[in-house]
Design a protein. Structure first.
Length: 153
């Protein structure tokens, strides 16, 4: 299953996102499509170690989060993310095309990094230190969540 999720992230995720108009609103939440893509860039940067955020969970709560992560249970619509401002994340890219380009570059770096450093673990603010398999699981689960949000899954 890991290979299917890896292949999805490498080959199918961004072509699906390319179908969105940048100001399109999702079925839930306040983010536009471009805000969601830029937000997903941050998720990938967390997975590839470029964005280091404080760990927000510890102990039993962290164990519950990690157990959920490794299931096929989806994230719930409208799940609250303490790191996203109430009105959605600020835009940093000039347009959707450049946001998608940045997302592709960060995904490419993620795969190259773990190919060279298979034992690496990166810090995720909600799920703690994640290895390659756990990062793939998280990115895939999160990708599907946002694709559903915008009617693409």
């Amino acid at each position: 299953m890991k290979n299917e999720k890896q292949t999805f992230l490498k080959k199918h995720f961004i072509p699906l996102l390319e179908k969105l108009k940048e100001d399109e609103k999702g079925k839930w939440g306040k983010m536009t499509a471009r805000q969601m893509v830029e937000h997903f860039v941050d998720a990938v940067k967390s997975a590839n170690g470029k964005l280091v955020l404080p760990l927000l969970n510890a102990g039993e709560k962290l164990q519950k989060y990690r157990a959920f992560l490794m299931t096929d249970k989806p994230f719930k619509p409208n799940i609250k993310n303490r790191l996203i401002p109430k009105d959605g994340p600020p835009l940093r890219r000039p347009d959707m095309q450049s946001a998608l380009y940045k997302l592709q570059k960060e995904l490419d770096y993620f795969f190259e990094l773990f190919e060279k450093h298979a034992e690496l673990k990166t810090a995720n603010p909600f799920f703690g230190y994640l290895d390659y398999e756990m990062n793939i699981q998280l990115l895939y689960k999160y990708a599907i969540h946002h694709l559903k949000q915008f009617g693409l899954a």
